[in-house]
Design a protein around this ligand. Structure first.
Ligand code: GAR
Length: 208
């Protein structure tokens, strides 16, 4: 059984999707062992508590840099014997200390079809604002392994969602969450826990 830590900063709907998938028996080889929040006020902490998952706050404000926070976080994850780290709406860029401690064992969900609308400054609602301003007709979500390049690691799963002419950033965000993120994130976590993912260069192979 793989021990999973989910890192959050806000509402935690992707965390909820993982909790619900686990409760439906869709992640048989994974245990949601820890939820870490970058803010003590994140509603995601309440979702974790409701599901009986241990929580920890690693408050960004208490560290002088992302690097200092990442070192503390990496130490915590190792202490708790975590096998898989899931970034589910985690709003800080983690530094190389975590990536080298967990090679191809950190998964991020991003609310666009990478390599579009990703990288520094593309997070949360901003991603959808920029996609609408560009005029794309299709957007979606990507689940990928985390490498040292922001949003640049090997892609595990993607799902496209049509953009409507009357979409606002909020309506597009909601549809991408419902139709894409909440589906492909639990699927990717399940594949990892079943040892079905292998990485060759940039390419992720999924075994049957
Ligand atoms: C989600 O849409 C997630 O894809 C996005 O933040 C939202 C968090 O929502 N993540 C990023 O933009 C990372 N670059 P949640 O807290 O309800 O899961």
């Amino acid at each position: 059984m793989k021990r999973i830590a989910v890192l959050v900063s806000g509402g935690g709907t992707n965390l909820q999707a993982l909790i619900d998938a686990k409760q439906r028996g869709e992640i048989p080889n994974g245990k949601l062992a820890l939820v870490v929040s970058s803010s003590p006020r994140a509603y995601a902490l309440q979702r974790a508590a409701n599901a009986g998952i241990p929580t920890k706050v690693i408050d960004r404000k208490e560290f002088s840099s992302n690097q200092e926070m990442t070192v503390a976080l990496t130490q915590l994850l190792k202490e708790k014997e975590i096998d898989l780290v899931v970034l589910a709406g985690f709003m800080y860029i983690l530094t190389s200390e975590l990536v080298s401690a967990y090679p191809n064992a950190i998964i991020n969900v991003h609310p666009a079809l990478i390599p579009s609308f990703c990288g520094d400054g593309f997070y949360g609602l901003h991603v959808h604002e920029k996609a609408l301003a560009y005029g794309v007709k299709v957007s979606g979500a990507t689940v990928h392994f985390v490498s040292e390049e922001c949003d640049g690691g090997p892609i595990i799963l993607q799902k496209a969602v049509s953009v409507r002419s009357d979409d606002t950033p909020e309506t597009l965000q909601k549809r991408i969450m419902e139709q894409a993120e909440w589906k492909i994130l639990p699927q990717a976590v399940c594949l990892f826990c079943d040892d079905k993912l292998s990485v060759e260069g940039r390419v992720v192979h999924i075994s049957e």
